[in-house]
Write a protein of this length. Sequence first.
Length: 274
Amino acid sequence: MYRFLLSRQWVILTLIALLLMPVMVKLGYWQLHRHERRVANNHLISDNLRAKAVPVESLTRPGAVVPKRQLYRTVTATGRYDTAHEVVARQRTAGDGDSIGYHVITPLVLADGRSVLVNRGWIAAGTDLTKFPKIPAAPSGEVTVTGRLRPDETTAATGIRNRSGLPDRMIMLINSGLMAKDLPAAERPVGGYIELAATTPKPSGRQPQLIPEPDHSSIGMHMGYAIQWWLFTAMVPVGWVILVRRERRERLAARDAAAEDGAARPAAAAVASP
């Protein structure tokens, strides 16, 4: 009664089941690896945020790419703000996750003449998106900033598409290489930028809204998804067996019904005979 497994329908169904199992196992491992990367990234960010602050010049230089191991590393920089070359990065979200505005990017000129871009925080966009917004004044004189080291933004890494023809002093990507074109030659910015956390001496007056620390506690649902894929994998052979047994039961029932019908016909014929 299992010869039906050789039928075209059952051969195709069995092949599909055999194909699905390794695919779902692989998808489970894909989610597991995403979970492991998320956990490792969270540990990296946590360690870098807690690490003792170091001068930004010790980790990067003009034209350098900030390596992933330095992501959100706590750094300091001492110098004077070059507000003449201050710009704003468009379409940035506030700490509430809803309000859209600008990030204020101001070069900080270091003692050796080089500069580092400082993201001083978020401001509201206002009503006229074609004009440079009114920005809270940066502290004057020499200051020491403490913040988180971030790599230069690129379209590939952020999904933000760079655009030309923007209003004056507006940018899409916070990128030291792109901004270097508009800075004095002596102010060659080091790679990456600082996400401001504190300023010494403490500035007076209103300042842009500081960007909150990144969330490094959530691990997402990747492990749960991995377990689900593996459970689905285990359900495939179970489901196949259930379908086979049901098909066999239905075929046996049909055979028995046919046999009973076949036996009933001669008896009925005999009764009907004179």
